[in-house]
Design a protein around this ligand. Structure first.
Ligand code: RIB
Length: 316
């Protein structure tokens, strides 16, 4: 069983700010640092640091993509399916405030230059039972899903950012959804009053304390996609897993939050590793939650992702 991640690779320009900018405001930034990132790359590196063999497919810019390719190689992520497209790589401008919260401005660059021919070329190397990991930062996501499904691949989707890129996608072909509580509300088809999205915003996610709210969100996702597995991550309130009638709540591990960027990606990469190993869901969720907690306690995207040996599981 092989793991293919067809996803974004970004250069993150990260600015420390006292608070996230308001419309019309000019604000002096403190520190500025440049990190490798992108939801795709972060998830590939998390799975690789957990111990999986990962193939990453995507496009970086001819101008500046060498940095991202080097990062993949240094982290033992296979780069055979990463191409260089004319122009710049995807990049972001990330503000991180004093409470470790972030706001991300995303420029697609090379990530938006995926072609149907390239998709065919990549998927030719994979087949039935292989795991395909996807996010929503590349173009032609719908085509990747359709073609991978035809081949019998197991599709793991983190539909983030949750935007119009998902509109043409047949999400009934997805085997595993990994979402935060806001995306969960949107995925379950609720974007109006009383949705998971609004509740999460109004009460700061407090209703998720014992996994109750997460359980409701999982129920709603599985009602819509009954064949799928669903994982709803809720930051400090833990994470909830469901499939069929089985449910499992995983508490979060307390840490001093420094930067939440890539915490969800770390969870996803570690989750995929556990899936590939065929581990029990309790083990997969605990390790993923521990890895995400470590990522929150460090700066940046890729640099914050822990290696497997840094994660001490219960009983180890
Ligand atoms: O999930 C975090 C990532 O989102 C960052 O690394 C940034 O590149 C954006 O894609």
């Amino acid at each position: 069983m092989k793991i293919l991640n067809f996803g974004s690779l970004n250069i993150d320009y990260v600015y420390r700010v006292a608070h996230i900018l308001q419309p019309g405001e000019t604000l002096k930034a403190g520190e500025m640092e440049v990190f490798p990132g992108g939801k795709g790359l972060n998830q590939s590196i998390a799975a690789a640091r957990a111990g999986a063999e990962v193939y990453h497919a995507g496009m970086v810019g001819a101008d500046d993509g060498g940095f991202l390719l080097d990062v993949c190689r240094e982290n033992h992520v296979n780069t055979d399916y990463i191409r260089r497209a004319e122009g710049k790589s995807g990049h972001t401008i990330i503000q991180v405030d004093d409470n470790a919260q972030n706001s991300i401005l995303l420029y697609g660059g090379g990530n938006r230059k995926i072609t149907e021919d390239f998709i065919g070329e990549v998927l030719a190397g994979f087949g039935k039972g292989d795991i395909l990991v996807l996010q929503n930062e590349i173009n032609l996501l719908d085509v990747v899903i359709d073609r991978a499904y035809e081949k019998g691949m197991k599709i793991v989707l983190n539909p983030s950012p949750f935007d119009e890129g998902l509109d043409g996608c047949d999400l009934s072909k997805v085997s595993v959804f990994l979402v935060n509580e806001i995306e969960a509300g949107l995925l379950a088809g609720e974007d109006g009053e009383g949705s998971g999205k609004d509740e999460g915003r109004e009460n700061g996610g407090k209703e998720c304390e014992n996994g109750e709210d997460g359980a409701k969100l999982v129920d709603k996702i599985l009602k819509k996609y009954p064949e799928a597995h669903a994982v709803v991550t809720m930051g400090a309130q833990g994470a909830f897993y469901g499939q069929g009638s089985f449910r499992h709540f995983q508490r979060s591990f307390p840490v001093k939050a420094v930067d939440t960027t890539a915490a969800g990606d770390t969870f996803t990469g570690y989750f995929v590793y556990g899936m590939m190993k065929g581990e029990a869901i309790e083990v997969i969720m605990e390790r993923a939650a521990m890895a995400a907690a470590v990522a929150v306690s460090r700066k940046g995207a890729v640099p914050s992702i822990p290696k497997r040996e840094e994660i001490k599981m219960t009983g180890e």
